[in-house]
Write a protein that binds this ligand. Structure first.
Ligand code: BGC
Length: 854
């Protein structure tokens, strides 16, 4: 146990030890000083599961619904429960620090990591983040809200300068972090980008003035991975630890900086203190030993919680004629690209191998019985061909393929022997953290080999993308050359190539040897823009039966037509997956994959009652939406995604989720449209504070589906909204208490979300003259109600946070005197009540406000 005294240790440490403590020793661990009893602690991604220490051939873990899905639940209790689950998963993986939650803002629909953030709204995001962190902490683990701040796009993420007003920075982008501070998270990760000209990881105003001084944060500040760009500036700004190791900027360079007083030793000591405190605290609170083995804890309780979370996140967008819920007694035809695959999480560092996954098709079969379910593919939705590793067999007949690592190329040594042979099932091998004592550096070679036995005869497509060089052979015949000619793409956080493809005619039941020769990143001449290399590169290969697009759609349409004639229910599952939404790149447009829209429209033409289920982490264009009577938004639902969808479709769960972000009709309609990418090295946050619904309200435009919108299978009514005037006093300590009677006026049990919006006083000459959003979410509460039941719901909001804007002249929040309108909004456009609330006297404040329930 780490019962050392931090100050005594600092007094004993040699300079080189201090310098070593402020950077990682590898991808995931801190430096240990055994002679002084200081152990090493482990960090792990984050945010929707705990992957452990291995990107390469990782150990399965629980995968939660993505954070946008959690945003849709508007459920603080659930966020707390899931935080606890993550804490327990950290213990299984021996991780003292969890790298999450992600609380950047979905400025627009195209963000590659949009799925990883809760919401476009800072209060929803910050409040759920605070509960998530509290849950993680209950297990003695340190959570790490990230990425501080304005990493709201992937395009040139390390190089881009986010340019924005102080007001937008405070009111939209910093606010989720400020609210998350309620949980005193213990760690924080800086972002890659610059904010108004300075990289966040070396910004004194952000890290010292705001985070440390104004908010009083005393936890550990870590860099994002490879997101440090200077020696002295970063340390002087208070970036405590550079991650990962081996360090690029600390080591000898930092010792030199200290010796030359570029960094004063007491400043270094302060960062050492933060690292040691995190080590000591997390050891004591988690009980996790140093370098613990990585285990799985796949329990029925975990599955039950994940299933509830998945179902609670599904948003019912349309239900004309009460088509939903479907009848479990009836036959059901399931169509579409997302039916038979598990789009369970987005791509990048949030991704992890799940304990298991459930596809929507399987979820429906589990619900109503295999014999009642028909399936037609209709179209493929993948961008890259589906991973094929678990459809291969090794020479010994086991599932998977062999991954043989060599220190030399075949040309260098025709008799080379592998330094290691690993049996793998995933054919996505990211070598970010692969290590072997016989390999030094990042240059090495791999041969992958497995046997593929097709179930059907026909043409098969294979695909190969690499960050490195690679060639794919079937029966020793070259099918794909991604070595001699390479084209830059998005694979492996933007380090890699596009997926190159080749096709081969195969016969059912025959064994075919598939093998890939791969050389790591240094073997490739391809270098792209401002992309930084993560480890040794990677290789991804996939394959599937070739699908002729038009006949596949015709087949699905014919099946849907027959279904309509027989009274069979039809469900169409479409959407995106981790190919389309991933860390490392943004989406080029808001569209569904090719052929999807045609498939949906043609099915609706013959089967107008077909239920459409969309999976995505961010909004997509739905050109056929007017013709769909029943529409459901299902995100990436984690392990239990498919069961959660089936629970809602068949009415075991009454949907209660609400959109945590606005769905515009077109990409052009969204306020970040003109400014969503890096141009000339910068991105202008031109929409200012008018992000998402704040913009649509202000310009009086109707999006396709509004923030906070979502239907239920029952109806609710609000009556009796009252506000308790807070006692006079300091504005940061005042709490507004609202009560409203909520009645379930329908025939089914259900849950309602009471959303509290605050509208500012009208701007006039006596007031500040500062324009403000029409209304802003300030609090929310979810309540379960039996059919016919009424409950009085109490909802609390901090007065300071509910009434203030950031006053740029005063550099403070201003709670402006005047009469505000407090509106409680529920399901259904008419379900709204408002009461006035008057702030008698203008007050200015900085710092933190308390959780109003605490
Ligand atoms: C991501 C972080 C993540 C880290 C470690 C970075 O690429 O931006 O969110 O925690 O990698 O995987």
């Amino acid at each position: 146990m780490a019962d050392f005294d931090v100050e005594e240790v600092i007094a004993e440490l040699a300079l080189h030890e201090k310098v070593s403590l402020v950077s990682g020793i590898d991808m995931w661990h801190t430096y240990a000083v055994p002679r002084l009893g200081v152990p090493s602690i482990r960090m792990s991604d984050g945010p929707n599961g705990v992957r452990g220490t291995r990107f390469f051939n990782g150990i399965p873990a629980a995968c939660l619904p993505c954070e946008t899905a959690l945003g849709a639940t508007f459920d603080e209790e659930l966020a707390l429960e899931l935080g606890k689950l993550l804490g327990q998963e950290c213990k299984a993986k021996g991780a003292h620090i969890l790298l999450g939650p992600t609380i950047n803002i979905q400025r627009g629909p195209l963000g590659g990591r949009g799925f990883e953030s809760f919401s476009e709204d800072p209060v929803l995001s910050g409040t759920l983040a605070a509960r998530y962190c509290e849950g993680v902490k209950e297990e003695g683990i340190i959570p790490t809200p990230k990425h501080f701040v304005c990493n709201d796009q992937e395009h040139e993420r390390m190089a881009v300068n986010s340019i924005l007003t102080d007001r937008a920075l405070r009111e939209i982008y910093l606010l989720p972090f400020q609210i998350a501070m309620q949980s005193n998270p213990g760690a924080l990760m800086t972002s890659y980008n610059m904010v108004n000209g300075t990289h966040a990881s070396e910004s004194f105003p952000l890290l010292q003035d705001i985070l440390r001084k104004e908010w009083g944060f005393d936890g550990l500040v870590m860099s994002d991975w490879f997101g440090v760009y200077s020696v002295s500036q970063a340390l002087n700004a208070g970036l405590d630890i550079e991650m990962p190791g081996m360090s690029k900027f600390r080591g000898a360079a930092l010792s030199h900086a200290v010796s030359s007083n570029e960094v004063k030793e007491h400043v270094l000591d302060e960062s050492v203190r933060k690292v040691l405190t995190a080590v000591k605290r997390s050891f004591a609170s988690s009980g996790i030993p140093e370098n613990a083995p990585e285990l799985q804890r796949n329990t029925p309780e975990t599955s039950a919680l994940l299933r509830r979370a998945a179902a609670e996140s599904v948003v019912l967008l349309k239900n004309e004629g009460d088509i939903l819920p479907l009848a479990p007694t009836k036959k059901t035809l399931v169509i579409g690209p997302n039916a038979n695959i598990a789009a369970y999480c987005g791509g990048g560092s949030a991704s992890l191998p799940a304990y298991y996954t459930v596809t929507p098709l399987q979820g429906i079969k589990n619900k109503i019985g295999e014999d009642k379910v028909l399936f037609s593919q209709g179209a493929y939705g993948h961008r890259d061909l589906p991973l094929i590793g678990d459809r291969l067999r090794t020479a010994a007949g086991e599932v998977g393929y062999t991954f043989s690592v060599f220190a030399e190329s075949l040309e260098e040594n025709p008799n080379r022997k592998p330094v290691e042979v690993v049996q793998m099932t995933s054919s996505n091998a990211f070598l970010m953290d692969y290590a072997n004592k016989n390999i030094s550096g990042t240059l090495y070679y791999v041969t992958m080999e497995g046997i593929f036995t097709p179930e059907e005869s026909g043409l098969y497509d294979f695909g190969l993308s690499v960050a490195g060089t690679g060639q794919l052979f079937v029966e020793d015949k070259l099918v794909i050359d991604n070595k001699t000619k390479q084209r830059g793409g998005t694979a492996f956080f933007g380090m890699g190539t596009v997926e190159e493809r080749g096709s081969v005619e195969l016969e059912a039941g025959k064994n075919y040897k598939v093998h890939i020769d791969f050389g790591t990143f240094p073997t490739s001449k391809l270098r792209q823009g401002s992309v930084v290399s993560f480890g040794a590169g990677g290789v991804r290969f996939g394959g599937c039966r070739h699908l002729e697009e038009k006949p596949a759609i015709e087949e699905a349409v014919a099946a849907a037509k027959a279904a309509a004639a027989e009274g069979t229910q039809v469900v169409v599952c479409v959407g995106l997956n981790s190919d389309w939404e991933s860390e490392g790149y943004d989406r080029p447009d808001m569209d569904l994959p090719p052929n999807t829209d045609e498939l949906v429209q043609r099915v609706l033409d013959v089967s107008p009652d077909a239920v459409i289920v969309v999976q995505s982490g961010t909004p997509v264009t739905l050109p056929w939406v007017k013709n769909a009577k029943a529409l459901v938004q299902a995100w990436y639902g984690g392990n239990e995604g498919g069961n959660g969808i089936a629970d809602v479709l068949f009415g075991d769960v009454n949907p209660s989720a609400k959109l945590p972000l606005t769905f515009p009709t077109t990409i052009e309609q969204n306020p970040s449209f003109l400014n969503y990418r890096s141009e000339g090295g910068r991105v202008l946050y031109g929409e200012d504070i008018y992000v998402g619904y704040r913009y649509f309200d202000k310009v009086k435009q109707q999006p396709l589906f509004a923030f906070g919108y979502g239907l239920s299978y029952t109806t609710f009514a609000f009556t009796n909204l009252k506000v308790d005037e807070p006692k006079a006093g300091v504005v940061t300590e005042q709490v507004l208490t609202l009560t409203v009677d909520v009645t379930n006026t329908g025939k089914r049990d259900g849950a309602e979300v009471v959303q509290l919006y605050v509208s500012p006083p009208a701007v006039n000459d006596t007031l500040s003259g500062i324009r403000r959003p029409v209304r802003e979410l300030k609090a929310f509460k979810k309540v379960a109600l039996k059919a016919g039941e009424t409950k009085t719901v109490t909802i609390k909001a901090n007065v300071a946070q509910s009434t203030s804007f950031w006053d740029e002249k005063r550099e403070a929040w201003q709670s402006e005197a005047g009469t505000y309108k407090l509106t409680a909004e529920g399901t259904g456009a008419d379900n709204k009540l408002d009461v006035p609330y008057t702030v008698a006297k203008t007050q200015y404040w900085t710092g933190l406000v308390k959780n109003p329930y605490a």
